[in-house]
Design a protein around this ligand. Structure first.
Ligand code: T1G
Length: 655
């Protein structure tokens, strides 16, 4: 069966009167100009050749089509545009079947929606994630999807950019059949049989009627989650439009909206984040370093952090050996881990079988000898240098020579810990963010003596956990906490200069942070930072500006939300501005003869963003962070920086 070639990326074979068109544009079969031109040529050929009864579209490799080519955004458009290709498919005179062999995302799903039949392998992922790039579907997704699954379901999927399994897509009505056997054979047979019946053109289907109340509820939920982002709101408007206007008018309005959003600052920021996440995994010097296989992970300390790490690793399929100092503590640790899994079962995120599978891979014991079989041991014990050092020295005598030791320390110097052990080259930092089974961010600390294969193995483990690993060098607070300390310091300067905590928090929340800095401070508790400031007092530069307000709060027992009082008061748990704190701030200003000035929200945010970017520049200069976009990812994924703003370094660069 001879192969036909229609462009560099589009080829076809004729099988039983069906033209099987393969899209082969590595790595994700993105809809580049060459793919679009090739598809048009293949359709032209199929139309002319009477021996061809139908067409099947399939992707090469394990992706159907990963979407429009994001790398083409911002460049002059090249004909044929995607909507033109999609209209050609939908209006085609012969059946076109989408054989979805893998991810069908964004424009990839839009191509499939215009086909007359969609069949997928069970492992395929289906979705319109455009809002995650600050845009909306721009080739019919908001108009065709509701015609297949209804307005409510389409609002939920598109406004969240949610990606679903082929099974859920089938239940929703996006996919017609799940194909467990040979996808091509099944698709060819389906295409052949479709040649004898009227074609089901998605765009001609009516949007199934649904109650206004259900639609309004779905819309309100979408807008609540959008938190000021334009994409989700526009997606809701366009999906609702599908039921109220013709396909042509709906498509025109969708395209206009897509082009406007594509060129927006929000879309530029989210595209930056998209590519930043992929760049972060590329670590200089590790290109040819093979990671070691990690299957059994020891976790010393199963408190809040250790139990979260254990659940993250259990969820990813690892075997876990938790270590505590006593049998009683070990039992408590197991109960803590079991409790987290039970919550997941109660919320429907995990089934009983999954819970039992995880617990079947968990042991929590009081005897560290159990770590002799571990490939990796992570310590999540009290953040004290002597405790951690002594532990690693003890582990040197227990674990295998090729086992990796990882410290979860937040503020201690892992080089000092490593230097005290027999094999510093096998020590690496894994700085998890709490709750470790939820937060994606994981700072992977490349210590002075960490061997390349140890770093590569730690990175592979982090990716295995589904985390976003960011490699950093050794400095107090690594990337995230060092930047957090810098802008918290700047915020306290502003409090002393005239701004009030709730004004700063309001400005940050208006900018897009889920919670203001002082509210976060109260939630985390003030005492740890206070203890650190007291430890550093003797060596603090007397010439450097120092704001003592937080010390005053701690001296007054105002340790934050758990203490019922911190920067705010918490009568019946509700965060409230406390005149007592306002008075303490006024006293602190008077002691330094500071005449309070007022700040606008924009002045507050600008000053804090500059403080973040300045610290980010220092981290780059010192070689702690490999690239500015890594810093953006840390602030977005660990500190609530709004992703649709791109991160402090992105904002500084755009300024
Ligand atoms: N365009 C260009 N490059 C892309 C791409 C895309 N759509 N998707 C991925 N890449 C690159 C990525 O940068 C990386 O490059 C490599 O491919 C592997 O990616 C009209 C306008 C498909 C699930 O949002 O979700 O369609 O680093 O590491 O883990 O309405 O890529 O190797 O140089 O992620 O196997 C909508 C985005 C676009 C899907 C595969 N589509 N991609 O995951 O590989 S907008 C998306 C993904 C759109 C229409 C609108 C994932 C994946 P490099 P990877 P992966």
């Amino acid at each position: 069966m001879s192969a036909l070639r229609f462009s560099d990326t589009i080829s076809a074979t004729l099988t039983d009167g069906v033209l099987v068109v393969t899209i082969d544009n590595p790595p994700v079969n993105a809809l580049s100009a060459d793919v679009r031109a090739g598809l048009m040529a293949a359709l032209g050929h199929a139309e002319k050749d009477s021996a061809i009864a139908a067409v099947v579209l399939i992707g090469a490799g394990n992706t159907f089509i990963g979407g429009a080519d994001i790398k083409e955004f911002g460049k002059p458009p090249v004909e044929p545009l995607l909507p033109e290709v999609i209209a050609r498919i939908e209006d085609f005179s012969k059946p076109v079947v989408a054989a979805i062999n893998g991810a069908a995302l964004g424009g990839g799903l839009e191509v499939a929606l215009a086909c007359h039949e969609r069949d997928a392998v069970p492992s395929a992922k289906i979705g319109l994630p455009e809002v995650k790039l600050g845009i909306v579907p721009g080739a019919g997704g908001t108009q065709r999807l509701p015609r297949l699954i209804g307005t409510v379901a389409a609002i939920e999927l598109i406004s969240n950019g949610r990606i679903v399994s082929a099974n859920e897509a089938c239940k929703l009505g996006i996919i017609d059949s799940l194909i467990e056997s040979s996808l091509i054979d099944a698709a060819v047979a389906i295409a052949r049989s479709a040649a004898d019946s009227p074609l089901r053109r998605t765009g001609t289907l009516p949007v199934p009627p649904e109650s206004t109340e259900a639609i309004d509820k779905a819309a309100a939920e979408a807008l609540r989650k959008a938190r000021g982002q334009r994409g989700p709101a526009e997606a809701v408007r366009l999906v609702r439009l599908a039921a109220a206007t013709s396909l042509a008018e709906g498509l025109a309005e969708e395209r206009r909206t897509f082009v406007e959003l594509r060129d927006s600052e929000e879309a530029a920021a989210l595209r930056h984040v998209f590519f930043a996440e992929r760049a972060a995994g590329k670590v200089e010097g590790l290109e040819n370093v093979a990671p070691r296989k990690i299957e059994t992970v020891g976790i010393v300390g199963t408190g809040l952090m250790g139990s979260g790490i254990a659940v993250a690793a259990l969820n990813a399929g690892y075997r876990i050996i938790g270590i505590e100092q006593t049998q009683e503590a070990a039992q408590k640790g197991r109960e803590r881990i079991t409790g987290i899994l039970d919550k997941a079962v109660q919320s429907g995120r995990l089934d009983i079988a999954g819970r039992d599978d995880r617990l079947g891979r968990l042991a929590v014991v009081a005897d560290a000898q159990g770590l002799a079989e571990a490939d990796l041991v992570i310590e999540a014990v009290f953040d004290d240098l002597a405790v951690k050092t002594e532990l690693f020295q003890r582990l040197d005598g227990i674990v295998r020579a090729d086992a990796i030791l990882a410290t979860n320390t937040s503020y201690l110097d892992p080089n000092v810990i490593a230097a005290a052990t027999a094999h510093p080259e096998r020590i690496v930092g894994l700085h998890f963010f709490s709750p470790a089974n939820i937060m994606r961010l994981l700072e992977v600390v490349n210590c002075e003596k960490t061997a390349p294969h140890v770093l590569a193995s730690a990175l592979a483990f982090a990716k295995g956990l589904g985390k976003l690993p960011i490699v950093c060098g050794v400095t107090a607070g690594f990337i995230g906490n060092r930047i957090f300390s810098a802008y918290r310091r700047e915020a306290e300067f502003m409090v002393e200069d005239g701004a009030l905590p709730h004004e700063i928090d309001a400005a940050l929340e208006a900018y897009g942070f889920p919670m203001g800095l002082f509210a976060v401070y109260d939630m985390a508790g003030l005492e740890i930072a206070w203890a650190r400031r007291k430890r550093q007092a003797a060596t603090r530069d007397p010439a450097a500006r120092y704001v003592a307000i937080a010390d005053r709060l701690c001296e007054a027992g105002r340790f934050g939300q758990r203490a019922g009082r911190g920067w705010y008061a918490y009568p019946d748990g509700k965060r409230t501005v406390d005149p007592e704190v306002t008075a303490m701030i006024a006293t602190a200003r008077a002691e330094k003869d500071i005449a309070p000035q007022s700040f606008t929200a924009d002045e507050i945010v600008t000053r804090l963003l500059k403080a973040m970017a300045a610290e980010g520049d220092a981290l780059l200069t010192e070689g702690i962070a490999a690239r500015a976009s890594d810093i953006d990812l840390v602030m977005i994924n660990g500190y609530g920086f709004p992703p649709h703003k791109g991160g402090p370094m992105f904002v500084a660069g755009r300024r």
